[in-house]
Design a protein around this ligand. Structure first.
Ligand SMILES: [Zn+2]
Length: 163
């Protein structure tokens, strides 16, 4: 398990990286991945794919970065090793989104057998009838006030999605 202090630090680091680089082709959501056997966590941030113009969400960007490192570039059909854990600034998406590349992040996380995701903010956009969606993994919200406030501040900028 990733301890709560580390989770809070990574969420705050995500916020700081966003504030330092607000390139419109990069997104608000970023993720960190702890892979057994690797000391450093892998990082990924959402970005607009230069060819398809669809968005690679932060969770997918992070998983791709880790796979690329682990399998030295041969990532097609590869799975992460068992026991990975993820930290993400926003609750992973569950629903169809025409602007997104690939399946939902919730489904992607399940495909890679990640059973624990630490999260900074919930995403009401994916609620069904006002209720949070089902995730096929354990979602653990941060209880760190500084991390929570920064993640909520980030996602107040996603308001246009709710139109
Ligand atoms: Zn997503």
């Amino acid at each position: 398990m990733i301890d709560r202090h580390t989770v809070a630090n990574r969420l705050i680091e995500s916020y700081n990286r966003y504030m330092a680089d607000q390139d419109p082709k990069k997104g608000l959501v970023s993720a960190w991945l702890k892979v057994p056997g690797y000391d450093k966590m892998f990082y990924g941030r959402a970005y607009e794919h230069p060819v398809s113009k669809k968005w690679i969400h932060g969770e997918r960007a992070c998983i791709d970065t880790a796979l690329d490192r682990i399998y030295k570039g041969n990532i097609v059909d590869k799975k992460l090793p068992l026991g990975c854990e993820m930290i993400t600034t926003l609750e992973p998406c569950t629903q169809f989104m025409p602007t997104r590349s690939g399946c939902s992040c919730s489904e992607l996380i399940q495909q890679h057998r990640i059973d624990r995701v630490y999260c900074g903010a919930r995403d009401p956009w994916h609620y069904v009838d006002g209720k949070p969606p089902f995730h096929p993994f354990k979602l653990i919200m941060t209880n760190n006030q500084a991390a929570l406030e920064r993640c909520q501040q980030l996602f107040s900028r996603l308001g246009s999605l709710e139109d």
